[in-house]
Design a protein around this ligand. Structure first.
Ligand SMILES: C[S@@+](CC[C@H](N)C(=O)[O-])C[C@H]1O[C@@H](n2cnc3c(N)ncnc32)[C@H](O)[C@@H]1O
Length: 244
């Protein structure tokens, strides 16, 4: 059994084991614990991605594939959508979901570490991630790898939990996020890794919206825009890869 301190070092194999342990209930808990807001957050991230017809899109840390599916809906059969994740159980579930939804011909899922993506430079018009980059052991290297495989002029999109700015809302939300959510998550998932205690801890130790913007800029992204949703519970950052 790993401690929270050990999990927060974000060693790849620990993160893989933790997500493997909750994969079967991941979608259910997403819907329940976010009060179904998660779908609208992904949809909004797609909307602000500047995705054009025929675009090639990569969703890293795809989990069960929901962001990839949201992109595929907008591309409507054109272009190409790939989802990648290094957790075998998640990839298996994503694959199963795509078959069930008859989307296997539109979206490809594969096993890959976001720190070492098996794609050539400048291949995708959009590389995106939802609730994943926070778990990558080296944040800067993860973003840099997303930038590498994105074409000049393309977008890197990061949807992530953030810290609400309104003090009253923040106090109420944090009571839920730090006390109730871990309890519900533990009860339902029965994960021995306490993945739902790791969730608030990892969000609270993640760079704030301006810190993340700086990090993206330091990886070569320009014109980084920040969109806050649902009182700042989540934030979407969109950066453009320079054409130079
Ligand atoms: C919280 S889930 C997010 C899943 C999905 N993107 C969503 O919107 O629900 C985080 C996912 O990131 C994956 N992940 C974390 N670190 C990774 C890495 N270095 N390479 C690939 N996948 C990673 C985990 O396996 C997990 O499936």
């Amino acid at each position: 059994m790993l401690t929270q301190t050990e999990l927060l070092t974000k060693k790849g194999e620990h993160i893989q084991q933790m997500f493997g342990s909750i994969a079967s209930v991941y979608d259910l808990l997403n819907t329940l614990l976010s009060l179904n807001f998660d779908k609208s957050w992904r949809k909004f991230a797609v909307k602000v991605s500047n995705v054009t017809p025929g675009a090639k899109v990569l969703d890293v840390c795809t989990g069960t594939g929901d962001l990839a599916i949201a992109y595929s809906k907008v591309l409507n059969g054109g272009g190409k959508v790939i989802g990648s994740d290094f957790c075998h159980e998640m990839v298996k579930l994503a694959d199963h979901k795509l078959r069930k939804k008859n989307l296997s011909n539109k979206i490809e899922v594969l096993g890959a570490d976001t720190l070492h993506l098996p794609f050539q430079d400048n291949y995708f018009q959009v590389s995106a991630v939802a609730f994943g980059i926070r778990n990558v052991s080296d944040l800067r290297a993860g973003i840099a790898e997303m930038v590498r495989i994105t074409a000049p002029g393309g977008r890197v999109v990061i949807l992530e939990f953030s810290q609400p700015t309104n003090p009253l809302f923040k106090a109420i939300y944090y009571f839920y996020f730090k006390k109730i959510l871990p309890l519900l998550g533990k009860l339902i998932s029965r994960s021995k890794y306490n993945a739902y205690s790791y969730l608030p801890s990892s969000v609270l130790t993640f760079p704030d919206r301006y810190g993340l913007k700086k990090k993206m800029e330091s990886c070569g992204l320009a014109d980084v825009k920040i969109f806050s949703r649902t009182m700042g519970i989540v934030t979407i950052h969109v950066g453009k890869k320079s054409c130079k």
